[in-house]
Ligand binder design. Structure first.
Ligand code: SF4
Ligand code: SF4
Ligand code: FES
Length: 527
């Protein structure tokens, strides 16, 4: 351990600790910085994090210094403040200062540092500034403004060290130096939007989010990306019922500080024009909007105990919903006519960093619940036995033409979902439900980690929360008393899965939790 004094306060930290991190601990906030990033190598190029170390004649950058026993460090002395101001002035010599039209305004390190250490009048006229490319498209998702860049090299190091793709570099020298992709190249790796997150200024911005919303108007809700089995921890940024972007939330056990580009666009499904806003019932061959009462009247003849030829769930629903669906399906179809999902439907190409080939967020939950997947031909054969079918959440008709035909020929298809997709178009009754952004729930990721997510925005018009619809269908099938709320349902889920007593699904740590299951699968999975 090393014992040192920072700003008059004694602190003991493990040997090898970076002085930058020790200073953060004492100050309660980091030193001013552009180039330092805890998940990238040290570049030491912006010089903003300089501190005064007793016994050394010059100021020293803290990000590239290791603590030593007996060090006495000052981070707020007049010398340090003056140096920070001079360095900022240098960074701003050629900066366009176009904050009013910059997407980064409100979450820009340059703005923050200027307010903390700058506040001087610029001595360089706009006409004398060095001009570079603005609004340069450098990849499918990212746009570059070279004039705003402070050459911190974070984006270059990200592409070299995290994705290993090396698309970005610093070209030219002196005040002509600029970030760019190599001629003819583009920034097109699966994680390119992370460069936007780590760019401390508005030099790299998202083509999707550009000019959509001022960031100080957004509210953030913690969530889990439903894009694949990894279950990256994210936050949904939204305003007035509309989601504008997803940003990664650090969880060192799952995704670190990153997420993939594919996951960033998942929110589009929430506001898709095909969203179901009210129940639909088939009358004279046409699907027509109906009230929930009218839909319930149509369901009466279809969802009678033991009648279903097939009940099909999917790996995109929450753990709580799947527990209820398993109960409902067991009652209406009998366990030999219940399937968890269509085999292969969610399989795509993954990568070695985060993106899993399995694009479903909750397959482990299906496994825990003993809901097996089935091939399209097996499902079509079950439908051939006659009787109505109940499909929950996925779009099996889009996955396989023969299965679509069998669903269309079933004795009445009931579809529970969020979008007017190919399966919904074949249904006799369609019940509109909530996307993951519109409800609370639990996903079990590929590690077996149970991760909670929260409702961020309201559902459309007459759509309902899934678990309530499932509980109502169970009540209509006279399945006894149903849970009165999500908290009660979660207590039932924990008991039904045989989770260890100390796991409270209503009080999971924000970072998620891997249950310590001796057998690897909760008791419910064996039923
Ligand atoms: S584009 Fe952003 S992240 Fe890249 S060097 Fe410039 S300021 Fe740093
Ligand atoms: S890796 Fe998977 S969970 Fe993570 S952001 Fe991408 S799609 Fe979402
Ligand atoms: S943060 Fe230390 S030199 Fe840039």
């Amino acid at each position: 351990m090393a014992r040192l004094t920072i700003d008059g306060q004694e602190i003991e930290v493990p040997d090898g600790t970076r002085l930058f991190d020790a200073c953060t601990q004492v100050r309660g906030e980091p030193l001013p910085h552009f180039c330092y990033h805890p998940d990238l190598s040290i570049a030491g190029v912006c010089r903003l994090c300089q501190v005064e170390i007793e016994g050394l004649p010059k100021l020293t950058i803290a990000c590239n210094t290791t603590v030593k026993d007996g060090m006495v460090v000052r981070t707020r002395s007049p010398r340090v403040q003056e140096a920070a101001q001079r360095i900022l002035e240098m960074h701003l010599i050629n900066h366009p200062v176009d904050c009013p039209i910059c997407d980064q305004a409100g979450e820009c390190a340059l703005q923050d540092q200027y307010m903390n250490y700058g506040l001087y009048s610029a001595e360089v006229e706009k006409a004398d500034k060095v001009h570079k490319s603005k609004a340069k498209v450098i990849g499918p998702h990212v746009i570059l403004d070279q004039e705003r860049c402070v050459l911190c090299s974070r984006c270059v190091r990200f592409c070299a060290e995290i994705t290993g793709t090396g698309e970005l570099g610093i070209f030219q020298r002196g005040d002509r130096a600029e970030i760019d992709v190599a001629p003819g190249g583009e920034l097109a790796n699966n994680y390119s939007l992370n460069t936007v997150d780590i760019c401390p200024v508005g030099a790299l911005t998202s083509r999707d989010f550009r000019f959509q919303k001022r960031v100080w108007l957004l509210r953030s809700t913690p969530s889990i990306c439903p894009g694949c089995a990894t279950g990256c921890n994210v936050r949904l940024d939204h305003e007035a019922g509309r989601v504008y972007r997803l940003k990664p939330r650090r969880n060192d056990e799952v995704n670190g500080p990153w997420m993939c580009d594919l996951g960033r666009y998942i929110y589009k499904c929430v506001h898709d024009e095909k969203r179901l806003a009210s129940p639909l019932v088939r009358q004279e061959g046409e699907l027509r909007p109906a009230t929930w009462r009218e839909a319930a009247a149509h369901l009466g003849g279809l969802l009678a105990p033991g009648r279903l030829s097939l009940a099909l769930a999917c790996a995109h629903q929450t753990l709580e919903e799947l527990v209820l669906f398993r109960r409902l399906a067991g009652l209406l179809a009998g366990s030999d006519r219940v399937a968890g999902t269509v085999a292969g439907v969610d399989l795509r190409q993954g990568d070695a960093l985060l993106l899993d080939a399995d694009r479903a967020p909750n397959r482990r939950a299906l496994e825990w619940l003993g809901l097996p997947e089935a091939r399209p031909d097996e499902l079509a054969a079950r439908l051939g036995a006659g009787g109505p079918a109940l499909v929950y959440g996925q779009d099996p008709a889009a996955a396989d033409a023969a299965l679509a035909e069998a669903l269309g020929a079933s004795g009445g298809l009931v579809y529970l979902g969020t979008h007017l997709n190919a399966t919904a178009r074949l249904a006799a009754v369609v019940l509109p439900l909530s996307t993951w952004a519109e409800k609370d729930g639990l996903f079990v990721n590929r590690q077996g980690r149970i991760q909670p997510f929260q409702r961020a925005v309201a559902r459309p018009q007459d759509a309902r929360e899934d678990w309530r619809v499932l509980a109502d269908l169970l009540a209509a099938a006279r399945a006894g008393e149903q849970p009165s709320g999500l908290a009660a349902l979660r207590r039932q889920v924990a008991a039904e899965l045989g989770l260890p007593g100390e796991i409270d699904l209503n009080d999971l740590p924000a970072a998620g939790l891997v249950p310590d299951l001796a057998a690897g699968t909760p008791a419910g999975g064996e039923s």
